[in-house]
Write a protein that binds this ligand. Structure first.
Ligand SMILES: NC(=O)C1=CN([C@@H]2O[C@H](COP(=O)(O)OP(=O)(O)OC[C@H]3O[C@@H](n4cnc5c(N)ncnc54)[C@H](OP(=O)(O)O)[C@@H]3O)[C@@H](O)[C@H]2O)C=CC1
Ligand SMILES: O=C1O[C@H](COP(=O)(O)O)[C@@H](O)[C@H](O)[C@H]1O
Length: 510
């Protein structure tokens, strides 16, 4: 179907929308294998996402099975009990809901083994094959999805084991895919090394590098918003936009993940992946089509146009008390907060600062994109802005100047507001992981990071990260529960951002 030169396949047969794509359902046994099943991500995000897919009928129990794999020696039931609490919907759960959880848990088997031993993976393969044999009709194909919810240090050995012992064996079709979590490497060299190791074992079409921000509703809306609205198309450039902010704030610290966090820091944890992916979607040119490769081609072009980051356009912070965590060294130089400016050297964006800001232990939890327009001559009430609130309270609002209602002729700043909860009553917004896991089963790589994209992302940050690792750039202390270091606001001002005083957006109530 066609729209403005975009030729795209439809994804769902119920939609007539030119920005949707077609998915043809596959049949045959489906095995989802969660490696690192005993861990934090599996418990908090992956199993709940699988449960939600099951509840909505996307994981057919006649075909699907879930396998947990880890070193911890526990039984099937112990694993089920470990994750049950994250599936049951609170205290008031009905008998029906509890039964749904129990049925889902029965789809899970647990296999214990190490990440580099043949025995463990041979046993895993045997269990998967048993399931495939029991579920498959003669025509059935075998689909195997391996989700690595593991520290990246074990990715190479795990991938080797999968390749040697656990590949899909059906000659009736099917596939083997692997999902890898971030952080994918620590810098350009380590990432490239990891990519090469995994690339020797699997084709790019089999590798799904997950960045869960790409699964968030309003991130998925960005291309539609930009390219399907006449309002925005002519304004989206350096002639009209003064600056762009992409902000991530969390109101809690590293909370039990201090050891992991200290090795990576806020730039590798949030900015190099989540915020940079958003920047690509805001800045990229219109792709030839909505196929994953065309979209990712355009993202790579943006990344390759980013200029080296200047030290004076970076401000780092570390919250007081961060090093109290026993797993964090007392002299840690790791930033828990960073504001930095990225500059894109191309015709559309030359001179427009893209301000990326992320911090832990701040005064609020929020992720948003703020596009600030240039001042209109005579404009007194503050600049126009489009704000895309990713979380909490998903919304898109535009700050506009209007006449103050009443007899006087004065102006105020107000907003045109699309607040999702209010506008889409009763619509449940899917969790990012839910959507992305479904994409992996469907073989849709649009919302996953391609190898060259990852390389270009590391190229941008590696020099700065090395300077921080060497202690050449130091974080400024800030009070937990604050806005972060005050100097960060000064950097924003220097970049040209103009704060509207006396205005604050309040999400509308129902
Ligand atoms: N937790 C989160 O919120 C998020 C996590 N991620 C990423 O997802 C992946 C998994 O994260 P998470 O679940 O928090 O990690 P965990 O530290 O909980 O590790 C997951 C499992 O891996 C095994 N494991 C832990 N350390 C090692 C080690 N050094 N060598 C071998 N196996 C080990 C453990 O299982 P066992 O000992 O039983 O084998 C553990 O249960 C990581 O890459 C992380 O960066 C990404 C986004 C968010
Ligand atoms: O990837 C990560 O994301 C979470 C924040 O995710 P959100 O969906 O709750 O916004 C962050 O807490 C964590 O440090 C990081 O690894």
């Amino acid at each position: 179907m066609e729209s403005g030169g975009w030729t795209i396949k439809k994804r769902s047969n119920s939609s007539n929308d030119s920005l949707s794509r077609e998915y043809v359902a596959e049949t045959g046994s489906l095995s989802i294998v969660l490696l690192g099943a005993s861990g934090d991500l599996a418990k908090k995000k992956t199993f709940p996402a699988l449960f939600n897919l099951y509840r909505q009928g996307f994981l057919n129990p006649d075909e699907g099975h879930i396998f947990g794999y880890a070193r911890t020696k526990i039984s099937d039931d112990e694993l089920r009990n470990h994750i049950r609490g994250n599936l049951v919907p609170g205290k008031g759960a009905s008998g029906e809901q509890l039964e749904e959880v129990s049925k889902f848990l029965q789809l899970i088997r647990y296999v214990s083994g190490s990440y580099d031993s043949e025995e463990g993976f041979q046993l895993l393969d045997k269990e998967i094959s048993k399931h495939e044999f029991s579920k498959n009709t003669k025509e059935g194909s075998s689909r195997r999805l391996f989700y690595l919810a593991l520290p990246p240090s074990v990715y190479p050995s795990v991938c080797k084991m999968i390749k040697n012992y656990c590949m899909n064996k059906s000659d009736l079709g099917g596939w083997t895919r692997i999902v890898v979590e971030k952080p994918f490497g620590k810098d350009l060299d380590s990432s490239e090394q990891l990519s090469a190791q995994i690339g020797e074992l699997f084709d790019e079409q089999q590798i799904y590098r997950i960045d869960h921000y790409l699964g968030k509703e309003l991130v998925q809306n960005l291309l539609v918003l930009r390219f399907a609205n006449r309002f925005f198309l002519p304004l989206w450039n350096r002639d009209n936009i003064d600056n762009v902010q992409i902000v991530f704030r969390e109101d809690f610290g590293t909370e039990g993940r201090g050891g992991y966090f200290d090795e990576y820091g806020i730039i590798r944890d949030i900015i190099q992946n989540h915020l940079l992916q958003i920047l690509c979607l805001i800045a990229m040119e219109k792709p030839i089509s909505l196929t994953p490769e065309h979209i990712r081609d355009e993202k790579v072009k943006v990344l390759q146009s980013v200029l080296p980051i200047e030290d004076e356009e970076v401000l780092l912070g570390q919250y007081d008390g961060y090093t109290d965590d026993p797993t964090v060294p007392d002299n840690s130089n790791t930033p828990t907060f960073a504001t930095m400016i990225l500059r894109i050297h191309n015709e559309r964006w030359e001179g427009v600062p893209f301000i990326l800001k992320a911090g832990k232990a701040l005064n609020s939890r929020k992720a948003e994109i703020r596009i600030q327009f240039k001042t209109v001559p005579g404009q007194k009430q503050g600049r126009n802005e489009i704000v895309i609130r990713l979380q909490p309270s998903e919304a898109i609002y535009m700050k506009v100047t209007v006449k103050q209602p009443g007899l006087e002729m004065s102006t105020i700043q107000s907003e045109l507001d699309l607040s999702y909860q209010q506008r889409y009553h009763g619509v449940t917004i899917p969790e990012a992981y839910e959507r992305l896991i479904l994409d992996t089963v469907r073989g849709d790589q649009q919302h996953f990071v391609r190898r060259d994209e990852l390389k270009a992302a590391w190229e941008i940050f590696t020099p700065l990260l090395h300077r921080i690792d060497n202690g050449e750039v130091k974080p400024i202390p800030y009070r937990p529960g604050s806005r972060g270091p005050e100097e960060a606001d000064q950097l924003l001002e220097r970049a040209g951002y103009v704060l509207t005083h006396g205005y604050s957006w309040v999400p509308p109530t129902l």
